[in-house]
Design a protein around this ligand. Structure first.
Ligand code: HEM
Length: 229
């Protein structure tokens, strides 16, 4: 009996092999996605849910910047335009709006999960600390984004929020003035919050998620605690 010769690799296989040899794609896949993990439960999916929400917020936020105008004269109208005229604008803004609320909730629940299994202890202290910074960034993103629609609710919520900063002993009034960009909320506050919301915070978020996930992969995750008999 003659053996059938194995078929020549196709163009897709050949291209993949060419790239794999140069970029080490199989190695990356094995390290990131095919790594060994302990048996876990649904609470261990909250970190991945936070990552997916962060990506969703970045994509929908980038789409919103196409029509949003960060000036007191046009901010409100540009949001009305997105909601009523732009194709699927209402959907993109809706996802961004509810995604923000969901993200705060999911990140907080993820923090509770890691706290209750003691994942903040050795050797995961830096993972925890980067997590604390991530929570702060998510809150600043939420607060700065709230002003952008430039409606009554946004204006007064920011007025109250920045007044709270002003209540900090000694440095409060200075911090409040820095946050508002002057004694009152106005054009400078809007452009300052817009800069924070679309540049500084997303950049910090992405960099810290990168470090956070590097540590999760490097150290490995905890296994759920078991009841000892
Ligand atoms: C944008 C926010 C965040 C993202 C995208 C994120 C992402 C992740 C992912 C994907 C994991 C691995 C899977 C899992 O354990 O769920 C993880 C693990 C971890 N995260 Fe976060 N995280 C965020 C915020 C936080 C916060 C606020 C804390 C705590 C203050 C935190 C502390 C930890 C710790 C300690 C681990 C290791 C868990 C273990 O070994 O069991 N993370 N994170």
């Amino acid at each position: 009996m003659t053996e059938t010769p194995s078929p020549e690799p196709g163009i897709v296989d050949k291209t993949f092999q060419w790239l794999d040899e140069r970029l080490g794609l199989t190695n990356v896949w094995d390290t990131v996605f095919a790594r060994m993990v302990p048996e876990t439960n649904w609470f261990y999916t909250l970190g991945s849910a936070s990552t997916i929400l962060a990506i969703l917020q970045l994509i929908t936020g980038m789409l919103l910047t196409i029509y949003y105008v960060p000036s007191p004269d046009h901010a409100y109208d540009s949001i009305q335009y997105i909601m009523n005229e732009v194709a699927f604008g209402w959907l993109i803004r809706g996802i961004h709006h509810w995604g923000a609320t969901l993200m705060v909730l999911v990140v907080f629940l993820h923090m509770l999960r890691t706290f209750f299994v003691g994942a903040y202890k050795y050797p995961r202290e830096i993972t925890w600390l980067t997590g604390v910074a991530l929570l702060a960034i998510v809150m600043v993103l939420g607060f700065s984004g709230y002003l952008l629609p430039w409606n009554q609710r946004a204006y007064w919520a920011t007025s109250v929020g920045t007044s709270i900063i002003g209540a900090v002993p000694v440095v409060g009034p200075l911090l409040m003035e820095i946050a508002r960009g002057g004694p009152a909320i106005g054009a400078v506050t809007l452009s300052r919050f817009y800069g924070l919301h679309v540049w500084w915070m997303p950049l910090a978020l992405l960099s810290l998620i990168g470090i956070h996930l590097y540590l999760v992969i490097r150290i490995g995750i905890t296994s759920p605690p078991e009841r000892s008999e």
